[in-house]
Design a protein around this ligand. Structure first.
Ligand code: CP3
Length: 341
């Protein structure tokens, strides 16, 4: 018997809404901050499978979410492709050498950098209740490429968008290389026990329409098709953040099984325009969760109502903010669990 999250991702519309939150394992939890301080940083945590499994389970113990998302990061893929990776305090991630001035061919892949992640998945799956769904994930090629090319995050992915116009063939080679490692990586997570996987395309929103087709829709379609061919029963969730009206084309054309909706999209529009019967996930503004109060309850109920007629996984429109009060998460869970038609 699949749990409610997995059943919903497979297309059932249950009376009770499943819920998990993006970035549910992380800095808003005091028990996360304590373990992170003990291990000395983010990467040491990710590479200590027992600690990473513990962190994956922390939000489940506290809140009883319907899904556990693997504790890792989308930048583990470039690390396995041979870039150096560092998370500097207060600065976010750094990758080197950056591909804007260094060739992809000169990178020496280190596939062993993926193995400890599979061990984390195995450890988590072994200690989860059967009805809780184990979620794996990876970054989508465009979003991962923005970090590989620029070496760090940027406001509007300027360097990478310019690179893709200047030298589309070299950029296609980067995208293709990311696709290969990502398919292996998701395959490994699924073999270790992931029951659904999410593709995070956090910077999909910065692309013009034709570039969106080429760098967002096409690579996600390739990954979805290859994963579905290997693992036909494992749903693939696509989350192309910031897509706006392009979300409808993404949902129709990529072949993903379910689609994540960010908070800039009107849920009534999404309910109407996305393919009939396709499971959707989202889309409460994380800042409403941070703010709490009556408005949180009202807006969460609006999201639940808007998606009443299709399979819906309750989630935020993007990751939970690190200063979110734990009591607000409790309050949201009450609203979602008490909702009925
Ligand atoms: O959702 C989860 O709970 C699972 C774990 C997870 C992390 N990162 C842990 C993490 C997931 C799914 C991600 C995805 C991720 N990582 C994305 C896509 C989703 C999104 O948020 O848009 C992106 C763009 C990244 C890259 C990344 N990793 C950045 C930009 C940063 C630094 C930002 C920051 O808040 O400092 C990270 C670090 C990171 N990844 C942290 C966590 C919990 C914070 C590490 C820490 O300092 O403790």
């Amino acid at each position: 018997m699949p749990g409610p999250l997995l059943a919903t991702l497979k297309g059932e519309n249950l009376s009770r809404r499943p819920i998990w939150l993006m970035r549910q394992a992380g800095r808003y939890l005091p028990e996360y901050r304590a373990l992170r301080a003990e291990k000395g940083g983010f990467l040491p945590l990710v590479y200590d499978s027992e600690a990473a499994a513990e962190i994956t389970l922390q939000p489940l113990r506290r809140f009883g979410f319907d899904g556990a998302i693997l504790f890792s990061d989308i930048l583990i893929v470039p690390y396995a492709m041979g870039q150096d990776l560092a998370f500097l305090a207060g600065e976010g991630p750094h990758l080197s050498p950056k591909l804007v001035d260094h060739s992809l061919q000169a990178l020496q892949g280190v596939p062993d950098r993926l193995s400890p992640i599979y061990e984390t998945v195995r450890l988590v799956r072994a200690s989860l209740k059967e009805e809780v769904t184990m979620l794996g994930f990876a970054g989508s090629p465009w979003t991962v490429a923005t970090y590989m090319v620029n070496g760090e995050g940027s406001r509007d992915q300027h360097e990478t968008r310019a690179y893709a116009y200047r030298d589309p063939e070299a950029f296609q080679a980067i995208i293709d290389a990311i696709i290969e490692v990502t398919v292996d990586y998701l395959d490994g997570q699924i073999k270790a026990g992931a029951e659904a996987v999410q593709l995070f395309d956090s910077w999909a929103g910065s692309l013009a329409p034709r570039e969106y087709e080429r760098w967002v829709i096409a690579p996600n379609a390739t990954i979805a098709a290859r994963i579905q061919a290997m693992h036909p029963t494992v749903p693939v969730i696509g989350f192309p953040k910031g897509s706006g009206e392009k979300l409808a084309a993404y949902a129709r054309e990529t072949g993903v099984n379910a689609v994540g909706v960010d908070e800039t999209v009107d849920p009534l529009w999404a309910a109407r325009e996305l393919p009939a019967g396709m499971p959707v996930q989202g889309n409460l503004d994380p800042l409403l969760l941070l703010s709490g109060g009556a408005e949180l309850e009202k807006r969460a109920t609006e999201v639940l109502d808007a998606f009443a007629d299709r399979p819906h996984v309750f989630n935020l429109g993007h990751g939970i903010g690190q200063t979110t009060p734990l009591a607000h998460v409790e309050q949201l869970l009450q609203v979602v669990r008490n909702w009925h038609r």
